[in-house]
Design a protein around this ligand. Structure first.
Ligand code: PLP
Length: 224
């Protein structure tokens, strides 16, 4: 895949395959793609079950708590955790089913009021006391942040949205390490918080300038 060759080491291509038929995913798989993401629980589960077992599946859509059973057992990473209510439900489901669930918190950085996600300040407050956070959610691994830039042609605005996300990510990372007292035992919290999911078909070049480790690309791959 052409896009893959343009990504720096440390940034992975997440093929967003929502609405595409299984045959097209199989084609991408045959071309070497092993990381796919879906945004609807039932479609996610059906495709994950139909395709080869060595695919890594990420979930990137709005997740309702009554759909966790379709998603959590099959997903390596949930990009789109956007409320405390959802965190609580994931913790409960994970504990009941002996799962550890890897999540990114979705941050609202774009202009649209309709977009999902935590306000940046709320995320910062959550991580201000990381030991308390990880105690409250012992079955959840906080792996990083996800964000979507404003839907606009204004490159400066997109750039500033991703900059906001990157600064928040870096501040939290620094804060988690600062709060880690058990240095000899290794700062596991810090080593877990590594992923910044930013960039889609129209803006991934800009997201790369702001430290994206996961670009989520749909139409540029499947609607060539
Ligand atoms: C659909 C979707 C994408 C991919 O969008 P494209 O513009 O097709 O690349 C990325 N992230 C999320 C959350 C999506 O829902």
């Amino acid at each position: 895949m052409k896009i893959k060759k343009e990504l720096p080491a440390g940034t992975r291509l997440v093929a967003v395959s929502k609405y595409r038929p299984v045959a097209e995913l199989q084609e991408a798989y045959d071309a070497g793609q092993r990381l796919f993401a879906e945004s609807r629980p039932a479609e996610f589960a059906a495709k994950a079950d139909a395709l080869p077992g060595d695919i890594e599946w990420h979930f990137i859509g709005h997740l309702q708590t009554n759909k966790l059973k379709l998603v959590l057992p099959r997903a390596t990473l949930i990009h789109s955790v956007d409320s405390i209510h959802l965190l609580e439900a994931i913790q409960q489901f994970a504990a009941d089913n002996a799962l550890i669930v890897n999540v990114l918190l979705e941050v609202h950085v774009g202009a649209e009021a309709t977009k999902q996600g935590f306000p940046p300040q709320e995320v910062e407050e959550l991580f201000a006391d990381f030991p308390a956070l990880s105690q409250r959610y012992p079955s959840i691994r906080f792996r990083g942040l996800m964000g979507m830039a404003s839907h606009t042609d204004d490159i400066a605005r997109i750039d500033s949205d991703f900059a906001t996300l990157e600064e928040l990510f870096n501040r939290i990372k620094a804060g988690i390490c600062g709060g880690c007292t058990d240095r000899d035992g290794g700062c596991t919290a810090l080593s877990d918080f590594t992923e910044l999911s930013a960039g889609m078909s129209d803006d991934w070049h800009i997201a790369l300038r702001h430290g994206s480790t996961l670009v989520r690309i749909g139409s540029a791959i499947f609607l060539r």
